[in-house]
Design a protein. Structure first.
Length: 94
């Protein structure tokens, strides 16, 4: 058995980029999640840690994102992680 589920709660980094791809609406969005810093027992300060997530929404969800989400909006996301490999012009993997 295996599970691929993620829950994110964070703030958007910019307005969504919404496009029409072959008749289907697609919205791209960056989301920041921040783990608050803390102080260790020995007094060492551990700073906040922010992770940026690239999100893609299709069809009806893309329409909802386009209508309601703006830069700085706090949003809650449940979904699955799907990775993709990008190639640069010099054919190096990213």
């Amino acid at each position: 058995m295996s599970v691929n589920k993620v829950i994110l709660l964070g703030h958007t980094g910019k307005d969504p980029d919404v496009k029409d791809v072959a008749g289907t609406k697609v919205a791209n969005l960056s989301l920041a999640t921040t783990e608050k810093g803390y102080t260790l027992q020995n007094g060492i300060q551990v700073p906040d840690r922010t992770e940026w997530h690239s999100l893609i929404f299709w069809k009806g969800l893309a329409e909802v994102v386009e209508k309601y989400v703006r830069k700085g909006s706090q949003i809650y996301i449940e979904g699955k992680i799907k990775t993709c490999l990008l190639y640069t012009s010099d054919a190096a993997d990213e």
